[in-house]
Write a protein that binds this ligand. Structure first.
Ligand SMILES: [Zn+2]
Length: 233
């Protein structure tokens, strides 16, 4: 085979390898897994912030409850101290204590609610973390798979380029330069063979032109005057 056709075959193969490398399904799967990973992280952080706010509320309510309990204890000390003698004052003190206890009871309920909410959020964070660990493992697996696939294609491309360099060395430098200049336009069919017609042409070569090529010495290199491709006789 003409070495220029070998060069062209290898260039086409190299393009296919690069295209395959750019469009590896593993890379798309990895990007999807990374998006999922980021979404999990975002949710975990969101719920952690929510949980902190609930815990803060719980602490504040506990502080308020502490103050109330101190007031109740002080009132009770006064109640039993004998300092307050008048029945009316005793009644007022007892009423105040009852009022404070009722508020303390409400606070206790709200504290309990906050604790339950915080526990629920903590459980949700644990669930999300377990799910995130699964996604992390998938990301790691896909990263390793992608690296292996890329390495394999890189090796194939390196072998291809080495062989291309070898074949190109056997091609006339002017012809090679011509091929390289034309290749961006004609791609895999820059160099074509002649089969009673330029095989790259969509329409038939004029008879005179076909005759010119047909009568060229085998192995000679011509340009199709119709399309501009390199035609090997
Ligand atoms: Zn042609």
């Amino acid at each position: 085979m003409n070495p220029l056709l070998e060069v062209q075959r290898l260039d086409t193969e190299a393009d296919q390898i690069r295209h395959t490398r750019e469009h590896l399904p593993t890379r798309a799967a990895l990007e999807e897994a990374r998006r999922e990973q980021a979404e999990h992280q975002r949710r975990i952080e969101e719920i952690a912030v929510e949980r902190l706010a609930v815990i803060e509320r719980q602490r504040r309510l506990e502080g308020e409850l502490g103050v109330l309990e101190e007031r109740i204890a002080a009132d009770e000390r006064r109640l039993y101290s004998g300092e307050v003698a008048a029945l009316r004052d005793l009644q007022a003190l007892q009423d105040e204590i009852a009022g404070l206890r009722s508020r303390a009871g409400e606070l206790e309920e709200r504290i309990l609610e906050a604790m339950e909410t915080a526990e629920g959020l903590e459980a949700r964070v644990d669930e999300l973390k377990a799910a995130a660990a699964g996604v992390d493992a998938r990301v790691a697996e896909l990263e390793a798979r992608l690296a292996a696939e890329e390495a394999e294609l890189d090796a194939a491309l390196a072998a291809n380029r080495a062989e291309r360099a070898e074949r190109a060395a056997a091609v006339d430098p002017d012809l090679l330069a011509d091929y390289e200049r034309l290749r961006p336009g004609f791609g895999a069919a820059t160099v074509v063979t002649f089969d009673r017609n330029c095989v790259g042409c969509p329409s038939s070569m004029p008879a005179v032109e076909a005759d010119r090529v047909l009568h060229a010495a085998p192995g000679s290199v011509l340009h199709c005057e119709e399309c501009g491709r390199i035609v090997l006789r």
